[in-house]
Structure formats: structure tokens, C-alpha cells
Design a protein around this ligand. Structure first.
Ligand SMILES: *Cc1c(COP(=O)(O)O)cnc(C)c1O
Length: 430
């Protein structure tokens, strides 16, 4: 008997490429049929067949409060009554921009857009406009959305060339994007030395969370701050995941390092489509209509999305204990997995972000991340899914904890993970 999800997936594939509106949702690397979701509440997500699952994807990050937080939903409902969009300024945008400036150390002035991709694309444009330089440095394994210039991988002469990481991106569009190795200062120094006076910015996920969670080595972010300053380049922290997640002020507050520009997304929209980029006033004054860098958006600062963002940030701000509780939950899972799985896995955890790599060595960069055993991950994923636990359908995505995760659900999750790992270990030698 086909499930409703299976039927819908077949139907979806007729009208939508691969049946999904974002590739990872297709469950391609885990060999299962994606669950079509009908509703979600708290830490639970419910599919069209009535399967209720404990959700550790949390929409890939926005769901820090859990699903359908009553305060957020109420404000959004009220806002809908006043109209969905005007294409004109509103008081709410002032409120959100002020909140962002208050919470994020590196941001005085910010611009709202509709996605993380747009935020990063625009921040890079500002950095280039401000420095009057063209080249940027990004890190292998860091994801910054799908704009042409950032969809690059290192070329064969790794330190000097980069090539498009997607069909349809002209090589000309990526020739100004240089690729360095995460946690490898030498690779950055070499790029600066080979491109003197040409680097506009270094962009980094201060905690990488799109190759699985990979922490910056001690001193690495300090090094990036120092070399960019020394060489007249800007430092851009892509905090689309880490913003409002590692702490109220994001990774920059957590590590005490202030970048020149910051990009935000995910949590800042409280579950609605918002991205934002911002920095010091002097830099952001490059942006049109004040300055010469053009950037616009029909639905930018949308009143409904802005309402969800404001309410979410207000709830986080009012509750200083929240980050500690979130971290304890992630630590709990990390500890139990390490105890049972031992050296079969590498667990990287920081704040409410967590990755369980199927690798017997430390994961500190792209190479060590992709050395993980994705087949074993798929098996683990299936085991959890069948037990009603919804984790990312890819080894290279983070596990997200929310305020709504109950102790009971976390204990159940740990029990199922331990069950899986004790079997996995006992069959390891066969
Ligand atoms: C998700 C993400 C993006 C892209 O955001 P979208 O809203 O999906 O366009 C950019 N950077 C990082 C670090 C992300 O995690």
C-alpha cells in the first residue's frame, strides 16, 4: 500500500523538478521517500499520513522556538488583517532594524531582503563597492546561498583557481571568487599574497554548519579579523544559521569578534522569508538610495514576515536563560551518543547545533567532513525516521535544537540513537 507521501511525491515529480522546491528535501542521499508535512506544533512535525515525528530539522534553523509558537502566530494573524504587502515603508521595519542593531554587535545599519541568498549576494556587492576591489575569498564547504558568484569549488590548482559548482554558472562569474580551506590560515595568507590589493572581502560561516557542523579552531576567526584589517579587506560573517542561535548576538558575540558586514536569515524571519545584511553605518551608506550600490526588493520588509521576525527576536531577548537551556539539550544528546557510539562517530556540538559524523577521526574542514561514511548515515537516518525521529536527510546538515524540545522527547531520541549505535557497533566487525 502506497502512503499518501508516496502518492504526493509521484504527483509532485510531474510538476516540480524532482518533486521538491529545494534539493535536500528529496531525501536523495538517504534513499527514502520524503514525508509531506501537513502541520507542526512545538517539537513535533506531522505528515500527511498522520506520522508524528520529533523534529530536529526545525526548517533548517528558523524554528528556534519550536513550531507554531502561540505569540508569534497571534501577532502574524493580527498583522494579516491589516494587509499582506504595501511596497512602502512601515513602522515594523524600523522596529526590526533597531532590534537587529541592538542585538548584533557588528550591525548599526541593516537592510532587509527576502532570503539568506539575497542577503549574502548583496553584502558581497557592498564589500566590493566599498573597497573598489573585485575578488573575494570563501572557504571550501561553507555555503552562502545559491547566487552565481558563490557557487564555486576549488579548481585543480586549488590556491589560484576556482570553478563553478553548478551548471549554468559562467566561469567568468566565479573567477573573482577564491577558495581557501576552513581552519587553515596559511591557505588564506597565500591567497592574500598572490592577490595583493585585490581582495574586497573574506566571507565565512564563523561556525560552518553546511558541511555538517564544523567549529573554528582556536584563533582562526581572530586571524581572519587581523588579516582582513591589515590588507584593507572587509570581513563578512555569514550568520544566516548562527545569528540569534549561538547567542542573541550570534557567533560574533559568542566569540567576541566583530566583522565588518554580517548576513542574517532563518531565525531573523521567525519562520517567514526574511534575510538581512548590515554593518557599520559608513559601509552601509554605500547602499542605494544613499550610495552607489544598487539593491532592491518588491517584498523586502514585508509586514507579515517582519512581524514574525520581531516577535521571535523579542521572545529570545526577554528570556536570557534560553541559550543555556538550548545548549544543555544539545550537550545531552552529544554525550549519550559519544558514550554509546565511541570512536565510530565524531560528534561536533556548539550551542544548539550538533552533527554526528560517521567518521572515526576529527572533522575540522571540508576534506575531513566528506570522509564520513554516508551509507552508514543513511542507515541511521532510516532507523530514526521509522522510530518517529526526524533528523536531516543528509550527513552534511546540522541537527537543530529548539526551545520546544521536551526532556521526554530528547530522552526518547537518545534511547533510539543508543539502540541504533549498539547494533551498529555489534555488527561492525562482521
Ligand atoms: C541557509 C543559508 C544561506 C541561504 O539562505 P536561503 O534563505 O536558503 O537563501 C546562506 N548562508 C548560510 C550560512 C545558510 O545556512
Amino acid at each position: 500500500m502506497e502512503t499518501r507521501s508516496e502518492q504526493l511525491f509521484e504527483a509532485a515529480k510531474k510538476y516540480i523538478p524532482g518533486g521538491v522546491n529545494s534539493p535536500v528535501r528529496a531525501f536523495g542521499s538517504v534513499g527514502r521517500t520524503p514525508r509531506f508535512i501537513s502541520s507542526a506544533r512545538g517539537d513535533r512535525i506531522i505528515d500527511v499520513d498522520g506520522n508524528e515525528m520529533i523534529d530536529y530539522i526545525c526548517s533548517w534553523g528558523p524554528g528556534i522556538l519550536g513550531h507554531t509558537h502561540p505569540r508569534v502566530i497571534q501577532k502574524v494573524q493580527e498583522a494579516c488583517e491589516d494587509g499582506l504587502t504595501y511596497g512602502a515603508p512601515t513602522e515594523k521595519e524600523v522596529h526590526l532594524a533597531k532590534l537587529i542593531a541592538e542585538l548584533v554587535p557588528g550591525i548599526e545599519v541593516s537592510r532587509l531582503v527576502s532570503s539568506g541568498t539575497e542577503a549574502v549576494m548583496s553584502a558581497v556587492r557592498v564589500a566590493r563597492g566599498y573597497t573598489k576591489r573585485d575578488k573575494i575569498i570563501k572557504f571550501k564547504g561553507c555555503y552562502h546561498g545559491h547566487s552565481d558568484g558563490l557557487l564555486v569549488k576549488a579548481g585543480s590548482a586549488a590556491l589560484t583557481t576556482s570553478v563553478p559548482d553548478s551548471a549554468g554558472v559562467p566561469a567568468d562569474y566565479t573567477k573573482n571568487t577564491l577558495v581557501a580551506q576552513f581552519n587553515d590560515s596559511t591557505s588564506v595568507e597565500e591567497l592574500f599574497a598572490a592577490n595583493k590589493g585585490e581582495i574586497a572581502a573574506v566571507i565565512v560561516e564563523p561556525v560552518a554548519a553546511n558541511m555538517g557542523v564544523v567549529l573554528p579552531d582556536e584563533g582562526f576567526l581572530e586571524f581572519l579579523r587581523e588579516i582582513t584589517e591589515r590588507c584593507g579587506a572587509l570581513l563578512i560573517f555569514d550568520e544566516v544559521i548562527t545569528g540569534f542561535r549561538l547567542s542573541l548576538g550570534g557567533a560574533q558575540e559568542y566569540y567576541g569578534i566583530t566583522p565588518d558586514l554580517t548576513t542574517l536569515g532563518k531565525i531573523v524571519g521567525g519562520g517567514m522569508p526574511i534575510g538581512a545584511y548590515g554593518g557599520r553605518k559608513e559601509i552601509m551608506e554605500m547602499v542605494s538610495p544613499v550610495g552607489p550600490v544598487y539593491q532592491a526588493g518588491t517584498l523586502s520588509g514585508n509586514p507579515i514576515a517582519t512581524t514574525a521576525g520581531i516577535e521571535t527576536l523579542m521572545i529570545l531577548k526577554e528570556d536570557p536563560g534560553i541559550y543555556k537551556r538550548l545548549e544543555q539539550k544539545a550537550k545531552h544528546i552529544a554525550k549519550e551518543v559519544k558514550e554509546t557510539a565511541g570512536d565510530v562517530v565524531c560528534v561536533n556540538q556548539i550551542g544548539s547545533l550538533l552533527s554526528i559524523f560517521f567518521s572515526d577521526r576529527g572533522v575540522t574542514d571540508y576534506e575531513s567532513a566528506i570522509a564520513s561514511h554516508t551509507g552508514k548515515y543513511a542507515e541511521y537516518f532510516s532507523y530514526l525516521l521509522d522510530a518517529g525521529i526526524y533528523v536531516a536527510p543528509s550527513q552534511f546538515e546540522a541537527m537543530f535544537l529548539s526551545e520546544a524540545h521536551t526532556e521526554e522527547d530528547i530522552s526518547y531520541t537518545c534511547q533510539k540513537m543508543k539502540e541504533y549505535f549498539s547494533r551498529f557497533r555489534s555488527t561492525k566487525g562482521k
